[in-house]
Ligand binder design. Structure first.
Ligand SMILES: *[C@@H]1O[C@H](CO)[C@@H](O)[C@H](O)[C@H]1NC(C)=O
Ligand SMILES: *[C@@H]1O[C@H](CO)[C@@H](O)[C@H](O)[C@H]1NC(C)=O
Ligand SMILES: *[C@@H]1O[C@H](CO)[C@@H](O)[C@H](O)[C@H]1NC(C)=O
Length: 389
């Protein structure tokens, strides 16, 4: 009798565990499934007659993570962002994060609306790391919104206008920046394998270490798992003369992430860049503000140059000249850049990302369909960028 009842209890508990696990699993897959919709009647009566509502509807948050992406109700120019799918009929634009696009579209859509593919990831990551089949979305989107200068909506990680408005400039500001330096090279990096560029940049930096006495490194690759708080990052980086702003991709067009501007220029170090082509930096950076690895024959030669700059204050300070003249306007800086690199088209666009999207929604009446997203975003890249590991 006793044996039997404990058997029954055991079976019941096993069943309970199975049910809970299944429920959790279904819940999890539903949330990951791009077709998943909470509660929404998608069959609208098509009664919306206005021309422009100014509603930008986000299909999901990026990676379905709630605090990612613009906030509910955020205002950009004449537009408002919402995640309320009930506004689908009214929306002027529907923005899909690259990672969460429905496989088939069963829902309302009107020809006046723009469906926008939004990605800040490199093509290598989209293709190999995420394994996305972009062919599924042929003739689905009207516009792309990426960091590439040739995207329909230009959405760079950072904008020179914002930097210009934010930074303290002038001789005294530069004196102060330089007086703070106590170390040579800082590097914060948390990806060292899994991505092609991540592996390559690590090997590049290790070769520099044959010449450099040290690189002050922080991040998961070096056993520091916790993200450094922002105030400490500023302190860590701004007390070093150089910051290694190495990307996790090689030669992907325009792929310059926030490390270049935020940890680099904003913190008052000289960014040493690797990964993206020099002309892509020239197009968006202040003149003579960074050191490009490909200007050197080898990592060792680059390391020797950093050591030279460490000893020659005049030569080091030349990298801050753009910051030294408080009267230099952004337009003048751009002119300078253009003169030094006549073949590069320097970006002059002030309004980017969602603001640019809003402006275009109101001003641009043309029709456009992206026949092949794969062709536009992946196949337009050089082999270095999209080739396998
Ligand atoms: C929509 O635009 C058309 C043509 O520009 C105009 O005639 C019409 O009044 C507009 N409708 C609304 C509801 O704003
Ligand atoms: C230091 O740098 C300045 C400016 O680039 C250069 O003119 C000078 O020759 C350098 N001095 C030495 C000792 O290399
Ligand atoms: C957007 O794309 C859809 C699907 O290809 C197309 O039917 C529609 O006319 C396009 N709308 C605009 C405004 O370009």
């Amino acid at each position: 009798m006793k044996v039997r009842s404990s058997f029954a209890v055991g079976s019941f508990l096993t069943l309970l565990v199975v049910v809970i696990t299944l429920t959790a699993f279904v819940y999890w897959t539903q949330n990951l499934n791009p077709n998943y919709l909470p509660t929404l009647d998608l069959y609208f009566a098509d009664t919306y007659k206005g021309n422009s509502s100014g509603v930008i509807l986000m299909w999901t948050h990026p990676w379905a993570v709630e605090d990612e992406g613009p906030e509910e109700g955020a205002v950009y120019g004449k537009c408002t962002v919402t995640y309320d799918l009930a506004q689908l009929e009214k929306a002027d634009a529907v923005v899909f994060h690259y990672w969460l696009v429905p496989h088939t579209w069963l829902f309302y859509r009107h020809a006046r609306q723009r469906f926008v593919w939004w990605s800040l990831e490199s093509p290598w990551v989209v293709q190999w790391f995420e394994n996305l089949d972009l062919h599924e979305h042929d003739e689905f989107f009207n516009w792309t919104m990426t960091y590439r200068r040739d995207a329909d909506i230009y959405d760079p990680y950072y904008n020179l206008y914002d930097l210009w408005g934010k930074l303290e400039r002038g001789k005294e500001a530069v004196d102060k920046i330089i007086a703070k330096k106590t170390g040579l090279v800082a590097w914060i990096v948390s990806e060292c394998y899994g991505k092609k560029g991540a592996v390559m940049r690590m090997s590049y930096a290790n070769q520099m270490l044959k010449i450099l006495p040290e690189i002050d490194r922080y991040g998961e690759c070096f056993g520091n798992r916790d993200e450094m708080p922002k105030s400490r990052t500023i302190e860590f980086v701004s007390t070093r003369k150089f910051y290694l702003s190495f990307e996790n991709s090689l030669h992907c067009r325009d792929y310059v992430t926030e490390k270049f501007f935020q940890q680099g220029l904003e913190c008052g170090t000289v960014p040493v860049v690797w990964g993206t082509k020099k002309s892509d930096y020239v197009a968006i950076a202040p003149p003579y503000s960074f050191i490009h690895a490909e200007d050197f024959e080898s990592p060792e030669k680059l390391a020797e140059y950093l050591l030279y700059l460490d000893k020659n204050d005049t030569a080091y300070r030349e990298y801050f000249r753009w910051r030294e003249d408080p009267a230099m306007t952004l337009d003048q800086a751009k002119e300078k850049m253009k003169k030094q690199h006549p073949s590069v088209e320097v970006v002059t666009q002030k309004e980017t990302g969602f603001l640019d999207l809003c402006n275009r929604l109101h001003a641009d009446k043309s029709h456009q369909v992206i026949t092949s997203l794969r062709k536009e975003f992946i196949e337009s890249e050089p082999e270095d960028c999209i080739g396998k590991m």
